[in-house]
Design a protein around this ligand. Structure first.
Ligand code: FE2
Length: 193
């Protein structure tokens, strides 16, 4: 398995491309810029199968349409999502691309269609959590209470899991669940130190 990461634009979006090196099949998480994704796909001779959106905010889905047109990939989003998609997923679903398994964890809070993707020991968190911070919950379909419940779900995962956020908003570009449990205020919300 190979991970490619693109840092794009003023909002510092992270777009991730993950490929099965044997079959060359690949998927993209939150394509902000279709051209930059296609550059990687072409250069690495990958076959783009899925476009997975961690939630439906504009900066995370901007590249969808063009990628569908050019690469004929299928769009995946949570069943609460209002975006145009081919595959609707819910909590616990598992998708497969090549030999890579992608587990869907529904994590409402930032939006009600927010999902995290667990792939081996990597968790792609969209705007649910960033390095040492978390996504705002005051936008439409956002809920701080839902976010707290979603964090309880993530807390149960292994501490060694690596966290790959949807934006480069922290002091480094990825971390571990152990670090987030220690330093991220949302994991310690309401607890007395
Ligand atoms: Fe967002």
């Amino acid at each position: 398995m190979k991970l490619y990461r693109l840092l794009i634009g003023r909002l510092k979006n992270f777009t991730y491309i993950i490929a099965d090196e044997k079959t060359k099949e690949a998927f993209v998480i939150d394509p902000t810029d279709s051209k930059k994704v296609l550059d990687v796909i072409e250069k690495e001779k990958l076959i783009l199968k899925l476009i997975i959106n961690t939630h439906s905010h504009f900066d995370h889905i901007k590249g969808n349409e063009e990628l569908v047109k050019v690469a004929k990939a299928k769009i995946v989003a949570h069943e609460n999502s209002k975006i145009n998609c081919d595959i609707k997923v819910k909590d616990g679903d598992i998708l497969k691309v090549g030999n890579i398994e992608i587990k869907i964890i529904h994590t409402p809070g930032h939006t009600n269609d927010s999902i995290c993707l667990l792939i081996d020991d990597m968790l792609f968190t969209g705007d649910t959590i960033f390095v040492k911070s978390f996504g705002r919950t005051d936008l439409p379909t956002g809920s701080f209470n839902d976010l707290l419940n979603s964090i309880k779900k993530l807390e149960k995962l292994d501490d060694n899991i690596k966290i790959f956020p949807g934006h480069d908003y922290g002091d480094k570009d990825f971390s571990t669940l152990r670090e987030e449990k220690t330093f991220n205020p949302i994991f310690n919300y309401g607890s007395k130190k």
